[in-house]
Design a protein around this ligand. Structure first.
Ligand code: SIN
Length: 348
């Protein structure tokens, strides 16, 4: 009888000790996701006139979605807390370095970045060109602030985590999650100022899975070459173009009219800029169709311009900045725009 009682006590103790261990073991088997918070409306809080982006902490945002722990073991860092209109090259560079560091550490299976929607496509495209791991990277945002009754951030956050813990997400482009949908960095662009589903896709000429063998190397970079954008419109003034040339830009991108067209005064000034060594990329203010040398009105070969292909002006600017860190050979840069970037091209 005594032995039976001792055995019962032993069994009870064993269950009490082992049970929490088993709970931890199953937790440990969940994919590990590192969350890097940068701000945006997803971290916005309401004000008298509307809301202010980049106010709530990532801890608060994650606490609003307790279901996340069913899918992943998460930890987080508050990298910055800004509206994405304040994103800049310095933040992009340190963010890309941080993502590479996290994924190379071997401690995590994926990185999730909370981000404003306004420039999300640019950050995603930049990271796609500069982070080198097959492990998934996703940017997630929201159109309503975190304290709105009908906030869209929590569902987007859940969808983003569910997406990156799937084996299907490995080896893909950097992704964006908005409106409960997933988009690839190369084709995503924001085309609605208010919709809960503000991202559309444009067919991309090339895709660049951000795996270990592709992309630019930014490890030793502290800044990027200055590249500006000039917007095209009827009766285009050359004032903005002149200002960028005089400011010492190494590259200028046109969000031209129609098929990347420029009026004669702008064309003349732009071809003079080429003579000074400034790289000129013709993109368009039109979202779809792209800008190509073949079949257009502008003789890019003769004038020394580069056609953007499917890239819009803001993504063209990012590719041109990175291209100029690797080469000043116009044919190589033309090929980046037309056919994409490979390790061989970048490291030539
Ligand atoms: C921002 O881009 O930071 C503000 C707007 C948004 O997140 O939707």
């Amino acid at each position: 009888m005594k032995h039976k009682f001792q055995f019962f006590v032993f069994l009870t103790l064993a269950v009490l000790i082992i049970a929490p261990c088993q709970g931890k073991t199953s937790g440990n088997s969940l994919p590990k996701v590192h969350v890097i918070a940068t701000g945006g409306t997803i971290a916005g809080t309401s004000t008298d006139i509307g809301y202010e982006a980049g106010k709530a902490s990532i801890e608060t945002i994650l606490q609003a979605v307790p279901e996340l722990t069913q899918y992943a073991e998460l930890d987080y860092e508050q990298f910055c807390n800004i509206g994405s209109q304040d994103m800049n090259e310095a933040i992009w560079l340190s963010l890309a370095k941080r993502v590479n560091q996290v994924l190379e550490s071997g401690l995590y299976d994926a990185v999730l970045i909370s981000h404003g929607t306004d420039t999300m496509e640019e950050t995603a495209f930049f990271l796609n060109l500069t982070t080198h791991s097959p492990k998934p990277v996703i940017l997630v945002g929201a159109m309503r602030p975190s304290d709105a009754e009908d906030a869209d951030g929590p569902l987007n956050m859940l969808k983003a985590v569910q997406t990156i813990v799937s084996p299907d997400a490995v080896g893909k482009e950097v992704m964006c999650c908005l409106g409960g949908r997933i988009y690839e960095a190369g084709s995503a662009f924001k085309n609605d100022t208010h919709s809960l589903n503000p991202i559309s896709e444009v067919p991309a000429d090339w895709h660049l899975p951000h795996n270990a063998n592709t992309g630019f190397t930014i490890d030793s970079l502290e800044e990027l070459p200055e590249v500006g954008i000039v917007y095209g419109y009827g009766s285009n003034s050359t004032v903005a173009l002149e200002a960028l040339v005089n400011a010492g830009c190494q590259g200028i991108v046109f969000a031209g009219v129609g098929d990347g067209n420029l009026n004669q005064a702008t064309l003349d000034l732009a071809s003079q800029a080429v003579q000074k060594g400034i790289m000129i990329v013709r993109s368009s203010r039109i979202a779809y169709g792209g800008v190509y040398t073949e079949g257009g009105e502008v003789d890019d070969e003769k004038l020394g311009f580069i056609a953007s292909g499917s890239l819009n002006a803001q993504k063209s600017r990012i590719l041109l900045m990175l291209a100029l860190t690797a080469t000043h050979d116009i044919d190589t840069i033309r090929s980046y725009f037309r056919h994409g970037v490979s390790t061989q091209q970048v490291n030539e």
